[in-house]
Design a protein around this ligand. Sequence first.
Ligand code: NAP
Length: 289
Amino acid sequence: MIKLDGIHVSTEIKKQIATEVLALKNNCKKIPHLAAVLVGDDGASETYVNAKVKDCAEVGFQSTLIRLPSTISENELITEINKLNNNDAIDGFIVQLPIPKHINEQIIIKTIAPNKDVDGFHPQSVGKMALNLHTFIPATPLGVLKLIEHYKIETAGKHCVVIGRSHIVGSPMSILMGRNAYPGNCTVTLTHSKTKNLKEICLTADIIIAALGKPEFLTADYVKQGAVVIDVGITRVKSDLTKSGYKLLGDVKYDEVSAKCSYITPVPGGVGPMTRAALLLNTLFAVKK
Ligand code: NAP
């Protein structure tokens, strides 16, 4: 069994990005500038956004964090987004999700200029991705592709089962694994909470991508010998064994599943750091475009 080391691979990617940034600086070109919009004071969102700002500094990008109150109206948020759309200093930006319930998420996503949509959630980005055109790809699926690519895992002709169909992970993951590309060219089964016989379907999978948000859901009896298992799930659960009082669990019961796998991602240290590196790749792509 080979552990897919997201920390190692993301560090390599960040080194390559930092080298490119240095070359831009040396040639007096524009340094990539990512902005993040944080609405409200959700603790988890705050942590994610701070990590993104820190990642920018690590590779030499500029970053701007825009904090807005949870009471902001939809129209006011649209105005803020349009300011970023029209600001030439900003190459790409994200609106950290979730946003407060009184604001329509889809309207906000559609307001982001497609050429600055580094999260890849705009309908234009999603459509281009489905057509296999060069575009922004949502960070988590892009991170998974980069991990597969780094370890040169064979995907053509394989049966890939994706568990979960969210717009940010499962659905784009299924599109990408089915595209005529590498990684891709899989025969894909996209599963969700209404899927019948999930265990039987998983047992026919060469590659399982678990993104359902149910800690340790995928047990060894779902996995055929030699399968590749990518665990996207991250759930914070209470623990008496850690100083912080909690630990992170994936959607895969790692100890028993890893014994059957050819490749597997750990949690933490698998897909999480790859997602962070992928956002940096998208920001660099925004500049190159
Ligand atoms: P989500 O929006 O809650 O979607 C979960 C999906 O799983 C839904 O499509 C749901 O089906 C499906 N599902 C739920 N229970 C199921 C079951 N018993 N059998 C089969 N499918 C089931 O979650 P998400 O945003 O995609 O995130 C999924 C997990 O990935 C979470 O743990 C999240 O924290 C983690 N995550 C990690 C990263 C990272 O960087 N590593 C990034 C993003 C998310 P329905 O559509 O039928 O409801």
